[in-house]
Design a binder for this molecule. Structure first.
Ligand code: HEC
Length: 137
């Protein structure tokens, strides 16, 4: 049997209903596959669109508030504050490091190490604090 023979015979059997998959099921299958792809595409488009504004919208004022609340016990977080813990670098010093980057600090804050307690900051909070530290540069 050549390939040419197989295809028409499948269609003939579909017509007669001897193959389990009906035309409507076939149509449904294709339609769901198309919809699923569209939904996936939409979802990733929305995710991509959302991540851009949230990165741009890092809120340094909120970051300062968070830093005063969560970091000031150990770090000098504002220029008016006196030294808190000799081991912890003041935020101004962190901001002035040549390799300082807002994104790098935000990432560090999501996964701190060494003598730093894990403060379970959300991604937005970490971004806001990093944006605040940047203003001290
Ligand atoms: C319990 C004290 C404590 C608290 C609270 C704390 N830190 Fe720290 N942090 C430290 C110490 C101590 C170091 C120095 C660690 C070292 O030298 O290994 C440090 C280091 C750092 C560093 C520098 C890391 C590096 O690469 O040198 C950053 C940035 C930092 N902290 C940010 C923060 C932020 C932001 C907060 C608040 C959300 C915070 N810390 C809260 C104690 C603290």
């Amino acid at each position: 049997m050549s390939r040419r023979d197989i295809t028409p015979s499948i269609f003939a059997r579909l017509e007669r209903g001897t193959i389990n998959m009906s035309k409507s099921k076939l149509f449904f299958g294709i339609a769901t596959a198309v919809l699923r792809n569209t939904a996936l595409g939409l979802a990733s488009a929305i995710l991509a669109a959302n991540s851009i504004p949230s990165a741009l919208a890092a809120d340094a004022v909120n970051g300062k508030r968070l830093a005063e609340r969560w970091c000031a016990a150990c770090h000098v977080v504002a220029l008016t504050q006196r030294q808190a813990n000799a081991d912890a670098p003041p935020f101004e010093e962190i901001a002035r490091r040549p390799n300082f980057s807002e994104g790098g600090l935000a990432t560090f804050l999501l996964d701190p190490h060494a003598k730093m307690p894990d403060m379970n900051l959300t991604r937005n909070e970490a971004g806001d604090i990093a944006a605040y530290v940047r203003t001290l540069k």
